[in-house]
Write a protein that binds this ligand. Sequence first.
Ligand SMILES: Cc1cc2nc3c(=O)[nH]c(=O)nc-3n(C[C@H](O)[C@H](O)[C@H](O)COP(=O)(O)O)c2cc1C
Length: 450
Amino acid sequence: MPDAPLEHPDQRRQPREGGEPPAPVPPPPAYEPILLRNIGIPDSHLLKTALSRGAYQGLKKAQAMAPEAVIEEVKKSGLRGRGGAGFPTGNKWSFVPKDKWPHYLIVNADESEPGTFKDRALIENDPHLLIEGTLIGAHALGAEVSYIYIRGEMVLGAKRLEAALAEARAAGLLGNRQIHVHRGAGAYICGEETGLLESLEGKRGYPRLKPPFPALVGAFGKPTVVNNVETLANLPAIFDKGVAWYRTIGTEKSPGPKIFCVSGHVRRPGNYEKPLGYPLEKLIYEDAGGLRPGRTLKALIPGGSSMPVLRADEVQGLTMDYEAVQARGSLLGSAGVIVMDDSTCMVRCLLNISRFYAHESCGQCTPCREGSTWLAKILGRIEAGQGEGGDLELLLDICDNIAGKTICPFGEATAWPVQSFVKRFRDDFAAHITQHRCPQRPAAVAASAR
Ligand SMILES: Cc1cc2nc3c(=O)[nH]c(=O)nc-3n(C[C@H](O)[C@H](O)[C@H](O)COP(=O)(O)O)c2cc1C
């Protein structure tokens, strides 16, 4: 199917014929960031700066409430997990049993999904926001000990967190609670919550079979909640400003602010905090500065590299919330928005993604371990101009034997990109196979590369 270029919203406004010009519509009030509001402030990572900007006010209000009441407030806020699955946070907390102790709260700061770089920004620039959110969660769950599992490569983030924790501890903000920073070794699979728990316990990061879910049997065999950094970063504002205020942001089913990580072919890639339900076209063409001159949009991945890719015509008029993205055939995931213009070779792009997943498969489940490697090999062959008739069917067949047949959803993360790229850009793949080269590369270059 041909790719329709994505229009800028302004281009769609039609001039009125005759009659009075319409009364000017006042612009909506500028959105004031909540999660990223301290980024750019000098020394934003220090306690004195954080306190001067209102930090720990939400914690005070939450601590004045009974833990059950805190859980109820979070349920009412409609906050959904920002780590990928969008599960309602308050509901998840309420699954933790009251007759089995101790409870643990684990902060998932592994942030391994390609195209996602929001948690790192929060941790490095505003560690006290995360510590405050963690303390609110720990109060609600009755967790005396919490762990922040941070990926090994985030050296600055780990240092800033340790320093911020020392400051918060010295200021008496932690009370009797402990928060430990645990550095991972940089494995994608340790972002999956049960792989993370295994790694935290000092073992190889092999995901666990569920059930039992971590709420019942989690860290060290005890009831545990694993929450993403951005999820917890929402809590201070919910308790400081109240649920009614929070629900004015975003949509009915997807309330609150969201950090969109925009990367790829835009002129201003970066983190943009917006209310959930924000128009994608505004995000790309206004906030992120639009595409390079003369280029049109070809494809877009809305939720990090493991989520299904969408064609340009499929994202027209899309709003960035859980329901709307799902209705178009993808998922909001971690909100890593990867933008691809018409210069993109979809085969090379998918090869790049598939190589990543083949490398990161933990190897525990045969379909994923073997299948992800075969996907990357076949794609490598097609990209090199040596594809054969039947390769696309073979790719899809391998995907069918991975998705839903593994212990953890890494299987889907491996299969979904392949299935969606081949489905939506089949002509591009077929052209590589029949022409024995990338049609977008000059023949001479393709031949010399072989
Ligand atoms: C393969 C895989 C990788 C994941 N990586 C991350 C990650 O890096 N960070 C994260 O917060 N969640 C990640 N998740 C989701 C977690 O398993 C879990 O759902 C999340 O931490 C729950 O937090 P939330 O409810 O606050 O979103 C990953 C899931 C899978 C299947």
